[in-house]
Unconditional design. Sequence first.
Lengths: 783, 204
Amino acid sequence: MTSHTIWEVPGGIHPPENKAQSMAQALAECPLAPEYILPLNQHIGAPSAPLVSVGQSVKKYQLIADAEGIFSAALHAPTSGTISAIEERLIAHPSGLSAPCIVIAPDGLDEACPLEPCEQPFALEHAAIVAKIRQAGLVGMGGAGFPSAVKLNPHANTSINTLIINGTECEPYITADDMLMQTHTHELLEGVRLLAHTLGNPDNVLIGVEDNKPEAIAALQEAAHKANQKHGCDIQVVSFPTKYPSGGEKQLIYILTGQEVESGKIPASLGIVVQNVGTAVAAWRAVRYGEPLIERITTVVGQSLQVQRNMRVRIGTPMNFVLEQNGFMASQSARLIVGGPMMGYALEQTCVPVIKTTNCLLAPSHSEMPEAPPQQACIRCGHCAEACPAGLLPQQLYWYARSDEHEKLEAHHLFDCIECGACSYVCPSSIPLVQYYRAAKGDIRKAAADKLKSDKARERFEHRQERLAKEEAAKEAKRQARKAAAELNKAKMAAQQAATETSHSQNLASTSTHKDIQPPAIPAIASAEELVANAATAAKAQQDPTLDKARLSRTVESLASSITRMKAQMAEAVSEGLDPSRIEKMAAKLKQTELKAQEAKTKLDAFDKTLATGVLVDAAAQKMMASPQDAAAKTLSSLQKRLSKAQELHLEAVNENKPSADALKQGVIKLEQKIEEAKQALSEAQNAAPSSSSSEPQQPDAAAAAIERAKQKVQAAASMTPEQKAQAAVESLQKRLSKAQERYAKAQETHDENLEAFATGVEKLELKLKAAMEAQQEGSEQA
Amino acid sequence: MLDWMINNPVPSALLVLAALSLSFGAILGFAAVKYKVEGDLLVEQIDALLPQTQCGQCGHPGCKPYAQAIADGEAINHCPPGGQATINSLASLLGVEAPSLDAEHGQAPEVKQVAYIREEDCIGCTKCIQACPVDAILGAQKKMHTVIESECTGCDLCVEPCPVDCIDLLPVEEGVREWAWEKPNADLIASDRVPSPNSAEASV
Ligand code: SF4
Ligand code: SF4
Ligand code: SF4
Ligand code: SF4
């Protein structure tokens, strides 16, 4: 046994130990309780997820709730019985609140389910051992209940050089670890060796025990000596002077290694892992015997009990049941404290269960632990700063905590306070300093959470505003485009109307000169031009529609190609004489695809139409600048191009015997007709050209042509008799009507959206025609 | 040059000074453009202190607009969700006296609330979605809607538009995880104590 250097932590106090009472008696076994209450969250981290349902019967050791993620722990049934409830129950927590628990009604048989022992635990891989420890639901049994498997699984880039086993147990009254070290010495040593093995056999393996536990130290030293000889390891049992609170993780590390863990860091950053003695034993039992954590040693102590001793208590046992086993005298009891007198908390209810971290139940009498005297003003004596093991300035922290100065508190390292209570203990003014710190820590955490939440709300709010603005802008752009298109249409109509109106007015006036008809037409054209320009810019402001168009036409193409492919397949199938049902299916599929293709095609067409706002507008603008002659020539050439293409396609289709050949042929014929028309238009334009281009060289296109035509009509009309005029009007109306009817029929076929509009158009024309015919009759009658 | 400067000390000093001030001016001007602070700092700072409930009780369509209004001189006590704490921090930011909450805009809520849609009653009208300032409601036309609890600020804006009144504002439940110690009552003196529990029994 080599002696080990001991460093001394600053501060610390020496409260009365009160450890003898509970060590006088042997370790006892707590009998089966009438009910077991197992909180789902006995550890730091996420609550476990229940695996059982109410009414289900379970065996001892059975897994009843599984770990939810890495920072969580599994939960096992402490005895056999049925699940009587999964509900909120009061738990051992300073808040006195309830939390979800699994409740087991024991059947008294204490039947265990078979365990999976492991004869050669040291032959296991690191991962296998960690998995077994995780499955056993092990958590740090000394204090906060940190899931043990997490600590044994340090980051890949940190190498562990020191394993410290914490047997300090510095808090008064508590002797659970002392008892464990004396009664389970062998298992503890095996557990230590196993943990060292799991961590890759660090250079230093230290068991730290305060020198107020001589029996435990002696037993451990003997066992360690034996183990070292037998297995060639180097486990050191280090005893050091008793002082509260040496058992804090950071304090113990300093005492044993002289190293300080930086504020906000974990010991693993120094290559150190600290585990409690209870955890080491439980780890050994878990790996060697496959035994999950279902019981622990708890000190039951205090003068309001007839028997003060350590008990092996199953997790989930109600505390009042444990107290009853030890002759609890409620009348004597001042309060019930979970944990020790320094760091424990008082319970309001005693029907709460013992959990994995419950190391002590303290039921003091009034004389033993009188209520703290009322707090008085701080006299700035500085005792608290001397006592603080973390090197803080408790007095400063107190002032800042009182006035809620969160930044100052953090600047003074409030979060390094281990809430040991040493400062409160020495304070002559009986200021409950730790309570202030706990409250301040809670406030700061809450404020941080609120800040996070409000930041998130701000972000969401801003995103929403942005989204709404975008939607609004998009709507506005659409509205603009639609307006522009409508106005363009209107302008065209106006131009036409102007033309017809002029003819009307000419009709009425019979004698009117060239100049009279010009004024109304020119503004219309000018505004049309303007509108076109507007519409063009509006359309351009929207995103490039040609991309969408390209996508659509791609779809059409791919559908067409898949149709040909399917047809080929079908032909093959037919020639191979496959069974008819399959062929039928294929045919059905083909039909579907064809339908789809058609749909895509119509969409594309529709798209082309909408695109017209943009593209056509440009084209129209160009056309306006061009003379009617050029326009006609252009139309003709483009039509000719289309015709040659259509002819090609048709030929191909005929050669390949495609069903589309007929349709294509129709198309060719139509195109040929159109070309005829275009040719005529061209020749007309050529005839008209000299006059129009010479008189108004700048006057653009369609409107101009319409006016031209109107003029011609007027001239023609001028030479007509009224009867002839009426006749002409009727004829033209009839022509228009038949055209409108045609369009209506077409719309009906294609289920056009604007069907109604077409219908009303036809109706109106019919009315007009009627009126015109009546007028004609009247005219002829008058004649 | 040097000779001239020595012979004409006053004009040369003036020239040098003029040159210096010009160059510094140029540097400062450049810095002002290059290191320009984005956005309005004061408004951002004020906005950071507001609770971001986005409830509109202050008479503005959200916290940011109210922050802007405060920067433009509006009173700082118009935000009920923030309560006195927000007023205090605003007062210390702006260096003014902290007034108490203007009751005209409502009372500070006692507990945090969160909206809850009784899902069996929801008709899927999407009205609440349009009302929620932080997009905390999930749903679609004629489909059941629900509130994402963690995102809801409890602003109350979705309650009114619901045509079937299926939205309730429920207090946020405080579990063991949210619980925190309370500050001890510092002003307690010996005679204020509750009678000693010598006779009282700990409940078993
Ligand atoms: S021990 Fe108490 S009285 Fe003394 S300085 Fe600290 S807080 Fe003040
Ligand atoms: S409770 Fe905190 S401040 Fe007080 S002595 Fe312990 S560590 Fe220091
Ligand atoms: S009243 Fe509502 S909207 Fe206005 S600042 Fe406060 S939380 Fe934001
Ligand atoms: S869900 Fe309702 S209460 Fe919650 S933030 Fe949205 S609108 Fe406000």
